[in-house]
Design a protein around this ligand. Structure first.
Ligand SMILES: *Cc1c(COP(=O)(O)O)cnc(C)c1O
Length: 225
């Protein structure tokens, strides 16, 4: 793991992503970086935000609640994405804390978030989390994605804006590419603006498959505490 400061890592990552985009015939600047800040301190987020990071992702509701209240983050313009497992009893807290939920993987999660967002008087943008890897515990099976998308569309306070998937961890490049191509196919079918695929170890394969958002934790912030 590189010991470069966060701003340098962010600009190096941007440059590498743009290089990969050009190499596969896509326009530079068309992939957004989501900084995954779970198990990272608020000051690290503030440092990344000062360097231009405009969106962060968190996996745990409790951790996010205390971190977002940290004075280090006051006044920063950061879009907050929930990328952890949606427990229905946490739907209200998730809606209060986050701008976007990337991890809607089943009907009861959609319904709980839809009800909480309606009660809060807002429309919540969500992504459908697709399971493209047998080792992954969560995510909607690809064959069930159209039905889940309909359930999401039936919630007036939710707006389906694309697909999120976690690549097969520790797999070879061909298996990763196949998984991401499946995610891209489902994204093309369901529509929306965001295909959230690619993490620190597999963002190149994700960019080649059409990612519009990579979720980067350790390659940006370093090892988690
Ligand atoms: C932790 C996490 C990431 C970031 O992982 P890194 O390998 O540290 O980049 C991205 N997406 C999800 C859903 C995560 O849980």
């Amino acid at each position: 793991m590189s010991l470069q400061p966060i701003p340098q890592r962010l600009s190096a990552l941007r440059a590498q992503i743009d290089e990969e985009l050009r190499a596969c015939g896509r326009a530079p600047g068309t992939v957004r970086i989501l900084g995954v800040s779970k198990k990272q301190p608020a000051f690290a987020i503030a440092e990344a935000a000062a360097a231009g990071l405009d969106a962060i992702g968190e996996n745990y509701v409790q951790e996010a609640a205390s971190k977002f209240a940290d004075p280090e983050l006051a006044g920063l313009h950061l879009q907050k994405h929930y990328i952890g497992h949606v427990q229905t009893n946490k739907a209200k807290a998730i809606v209060e804390l986050f701008d976007v939920v990337q991890s809607v993987d089943r009907a009861d999660a959609a319904h709980a978030l839809g009800a909480a967002a309606a009660r809060a008087g807002r429309v919540l943008p969500v992504l459908l989390q697709l399971n493209v890897s047998p080792a992954e515990r969560f995510g909607c099976p690809p064959g069930d994605a159209p039905a889940l998308a309909e359930r999401i569309a039936a919630e007036p306070a939710l707006r389906l804006d694309g697909v999120m998937a976690i690549g097969p961890l520790g797999a070879g490049p061909n298996e990763i590419a196949r998984a991401f191509e499946l995610a891209a196919k489902t994204f093309a079918l369901l529509g929306g603006s965001t295909l959230s695929i690619g993490m620190s170890g597999d963002w190149r394969e994700a960019v080649r498959a059409g990612s519009t958002m990579v979720r980067i934790g350790t390659a940006l912030f370093g090892e988690r505490r």
